[in-house]
Write a protein that binds this ligand. Structure first.
Ligand code: PEP
Ligand code: MN
Length: 331
């Protein structure tokens, strides 16, 4: 609900308006000097009861979809600070690392390589949501420990996917950004729990989710109290069989227009083929993404999961440098 108030509202009228809103268990958030967003369960009251108050010009009930993630309510870009990295501030974020953390030695080696290449965040899966129960499921908490050690050693914030809300305490201790994978984008109980943490959340788009559905999932996290959400386009399922998923880059331009949250793109899971990762990463940056997430490995044949899409670590520096050049061109 958006309340438009008279610029010259008397301060006692404004204070009384705020009290009335707060008494209903709701909150007033300033958008600009004339527009205020009412947050909370606004369906519990009738807008007419606000409209009659002195200084109130109009009350507009927003569609019951997303409010907090929308630029209407928050016109300026959200910038997420994690360790010494800012995501969404106009710079490019490169989240790079293996699909899964397979050993302490391996993740340290890869962390050193991605740091050297210019990556800003280290990725690595600990609990892997795999299509088949017979595929490698990840090393779990052991992997989180290795990932944190590697991140600390090379001064890189780390991102890893959570699959069960009971692990939240563990993630709060070990990771800097908590990833919600594509398969869990609509796990609303998990999203609500993630509203209680201060850690940034990387929310991946579900393979069959619309842009609106992605935004509503993000809204769950913001509504539950955590404003630090980064959206990730990682491809959607279409009729096309020659790519793992179809990388929907139109979503990036649309998302950047309607939400203030940072948007990053994962070309690796979309194309599913190391040969095409570079071009699609460049296209993602050209489309205005705030960064890319790339699965890399120094010896791709040794990857236990997603080996075919693992980008060669030795080529990462070049990808990052070219990506930065593209960013300069589109500025
Ligand atoms: C991942 O990033 O490790 C992953 C499993 O990706 P997605 O959830 O997009 O399939
Ligand atoms: Mn993977």
């Amino acid at each position: 609900m958006i309340i438009t108030i008279d610029k010259n509202i008397k301060s006692e009228d404004y204070i009384s308006l705020e009290h009335i809103i707060n008494d209903k268990g709701l909150f007033l958030k300033e958008v600009d000097s004339e527009h205020f967003l009412v947050t909370g369960d606004t369906y519990k009251f009738d807008e007419q009861s606000i409209l009659v108050l002195p200084g109130v010009i109009s009350v507009t009930r927003l569609k019951p979809t997303y409010h907090l993630v929308s630029r209407d309510a928050h016109p300026w870009d959200t910038v997420i600070k994690v360790k010494n990295v800012s995501i969404g501030d106009g710079s490019l974020t490169f989240m790079c690392g293996p699909c899964s953390v397979n050993s302490e030695e391996e993740i340290k080696r890869i962390a050193s390589g991605v740091k050297e290449a210019g990556a800003t965040v280290l990725r690595g899966g600990a609990y892997k949501p795999r299509t088949s129960p017979y595929f490698f499921q990840g090393l779990g908490s052991e992997a989180l420990d290795y990932l944190k050690k590697a991140g600390d050693e090379y001064d890189l914030p780390v991102v890893s996917e959570i699959v069960d809300s009971k692990d939240l305490e563990l993630y709060e201790k070990y990771v800097d950004i908590i990833q919600v994978g594509a398969r869990n984008m609509q796990n609303y109980e998990l999203l609500k729990k993630l509203g209680s943490t201060k850690k940034p959340i990387l929310l991946k788009r579900g393979p069959s989710a619309t842009i609106d559905e992605l935004l509503m999932s993000a809204e769950y996290i913001l509504k539950a109290g955590n404003p630090n959400v980064i959206l990730c386009e990682r491809g959607i399922r279409t009729f096309e069989k020659l790519e793992r998923y179809t990388l929907d880059l139109s979503s990036v331009v649309i998302l950047k227009k309607i939400t203030h949250l940072p948007v990053i793109v994962d070309p690796s899971h979309a194309v599913g083929n190391y040969n095409f990762v570079n071009q699609m990463a460049m296209a993602a940056i050209a489309s205005g993404a705030d960064g890319v997430m790339i699965e890399v490995h120094d010896h791709p044949v040794e990857s236990i999961s997603d080996a075919f899409q693992a980008y060669k670590l030795s080529k990462l520096k070049n990808l990052i440098e070219k990506g930065k050049q593209i960013k300069e061109i589109i500025k």
